[in-house]
Write a protein that binds this ligand. Sequence first.
Ligand code: ADP
Ligand code: MG
Length: 390
Amino acid sequence: MTDDITAESTDGIAAVFRELYGAQPDGVWAAPGRVNLIGEHTDYNDGFALPMALPQSVRLAARRRGDGVLRLHSAQSGGPAAELRADGLAPGAVTGWARYPAGVVWALTEAGHDVSGGADLHLDSTVPTGAGLSSSAALECAVAVALDELYGLGLAGPELARIAQRAENAFAGVPCGIMDQMASVCCTEGAALHLDSRTLGHRQVPFDLDGHGLRLLVIDTRVQHDLADGAYAGLRAGCERAAALLGLPALRDLPDEDLPAALAALPDRLVPLVRHVVTENARVTEAVARLTAGDPAALGPLLTAGHASLRDDYRVSCPETDLAVAGAVGAGALGARMTGGGFGGSVIALTPADRTDRVRAAVTRAFESAGHRPPAVLEAAPSRGATRLA
Ligand code: ADP
Ligand code: MG
């Protein structure tokens, strides 16, 4: 996989910007997609996660305006630029992809930051969309860091992530936690991000794949089942209900040792949800300990255990992700799990470098036998978070 962050690609995007808008951009920024190593469906429970940024990113060329006009263009969407008023935005008023960048302008304004002068934006992305790799967060975060700089707002990474999340939740109308945006803004090259979703405290944990003869495969199942949106809201409500019944602010506040008593006290339907969230938080803590001890290969069993919990307790896996995990582990991956919200999307597989071909081939064969479209397989190294390129 190549890193798309090069001087050459910056020249290319600036040239397209000039063609579109007849002026030079003030700058070019990039924000990456992510995979989450462990800690799934924990962010909205105030819990922990361990994402890393992908080499794939959204690049954004941008120019500040002063007349209140907001122009938006994406190489992936084509067509003419959308033209809006920066100060006239309201949730529901913008549809399609433009609601993500427009939502960032709205969320900044709502938070009291003056971006009313508008901007011209052109973006070009290498993050596959709808593959559970957070192309939406990458898009929002690229816009957030660019406007932060163009308007001299001086916002810190977690503040930008909150703005981007609010854009997605309240303006684009897509419920999501904070993990994707924190990963896109705050990750660094060569590390995974140990995230506390309650405080947005975060720490870089070295994740050296190469030095340990390892690879991380990202297997895009290329399916996204319709269940995803409604199920997310139901799961989130179930977790909140369980916390309320236990008299806790959030499930993050349930200590491991109190889990058996809590499960005995809860209605049956909430038991598997709580068991997943509490054991998943513990897996994040353990994963960080194993990485800190310099043993990334020891993540493997935690990944596979995390997948079993998402499949059997949280019930957000699907036949395609289960098959990819089983195929990868069966062919010699050290561990594998679905990553992201579920019901399709991508699977990660931690694999000794000399077994990657075997793992790829086994998963592809398993998909073929089951009558699924072949998956798209990438190799990912932990990459940098949002940054200015030019
Ligand atoms: P994911 O974030 O997992 O890729 P989502 O459904 O959350 O999937 O976000 C995908 C949506 O984000 C797309 O349907 C589109 O509206 C928007 N999007 C992402 N990348 C781009 C892009 N390069 N150009 C235009 N829209 C994009
Ligand atoms: Mg998304």
